[in-house]
Unconditional design. Structure first.
Length: 319
């Protein structure tokens, strides 16, 4: 596979992983036409599917697909099993149960209807079909891989006969594109191709992104974190908006009390009395510091005002 195509396929699968929760190993439903094309071009199933989907795969065939493959074969002898039917160890059988409107099992049904029923989740009424089981559909054209001209003409006659009887063959890929989130792989001339996401898939992705945009950038992630703040500010927002809460309005908050400079008490006219802004004296009066005098140059004693100077002079005369 070329690097450009591999990069494109990897990007497509990343889209399904991101928006539709696809995980490895991918469950691949293979149709009978795809089995015939894979065998005709000698393509190893696991290797080509893993290279196309860029991950581990688990291929399956349904009971209804097996019933279509075994049409015209007795199951015994040399021609009892078609050559393009892989062994159960390579492609296991997936059991499918189809029920009608009354809840009764229908048994084996046409292959296309079976696969569409599995990937559609058996929706009822007007319910939107969803690929809940995360299936990948691998299909091919009805004449892909038929190299013999006689076999191809026989297959074309059978298709025309079913069309006249009012039972035309249903194209699985056309109906699978209507269901969002269904990766489609098909074989064309010994090349396995992964289709781009269908219009239904892209429309569903745009709808989800539109809902996220309405909630705001990171709305889903910050919903839990902002829940407490919204509940605290609910009353203020209602009063401000006139009743209903308006998104985006925030409560006006004051400055951080730790960053505000404290008000200093004012000194009153009376010396030694400290008053606050309202005129009252604080409960705890701060003690005034005792002022120490300067040391004398000759005596080495403290001089504290005029009284200390007289004391020093008296002591000098007596000595």
């Amino acid at each position: 596979m070329r690097a450009k195509r591999a990069k494109k396929y990897r990007k497509i699968m990343n889209t399904y992983q991101l928006h539709y929760s696809f995980r490895e190993p991918y469950q691949v439903l293979i149709t009978s036409d795809c089995l015939r094309a894979i065998h005709a071009f000698s393509m190893p199933i696991h290797q080509f599917l893993e290279n196309t989907l860029h991950g581990k795969v688990m291929p399956y065939i349904t009971q209804c697909t097996l019933g279509k493959v075994m049409e015209g074969y007795s199951g015994k002898g040399r021609d009892g099993r078609p050559k393009y039917l892989p062994p159960p160890t390579e492609v296991p059988l997936r059991y499918c149960k189809h029920k009608d409107d009354e809840g009764q099992e229908r048994g084996v049904i046409p292959e296309a209807e079976c696969i569409l029923d599995l990937i559609g989740g058996q929706a009822k009424g007007n319910e939107q079909k969803k690929n809940k089981q995360h299936f990948v559909v691998a299909a091919a054209d009805w004449d892909e891989g038929i190299k013999d001209a006689k076999e191809k003409e026989t297959a074309a006659q059978q298709r025309r006969k079913r069309l006249k009887m009012g039972k035309p063959d249903v194209d699985v890929r056309d109906h699978a594109r209507v269901i969002p989130g269904v990766p489609i792989v098909y074989v064309k001339r010994s090349v396995m191709i992964l289709e781009e996401p269908s219009l239904a898939t892209e429309r569903a992705i745009r709808g989800v992104e539109r809902e996220k945009y309405k909630d705001g950038v990171g709305g889903a992630a910050r919903g839990v974190k902002r829940g407490r703040e919204d509940s605290e500010d609910e009353d203020d927002d209602e009063d401000r908006a006139g009743g209903a809460k308006v998104r985006g309005l925030q409560k006006a908050r004051g400055p951080n009390p730790l960053s505000v400079k404290r008000k200093r008490p004012k000194m009153s006219a009376d010396v030694g009395q400290v008053t606050t802004d309202d005129g009252s004296q604080p409960a705890n009066k701060s003690k005034t510091k005792r002022r120490r005098g300067r040391r004398g140059k000759g005596t080495g004693q403290h001089v504290d005002g005029a009284e200390n100077v007289d004391a020093v002079a008296v002591e000098a005369e007596s000595s």
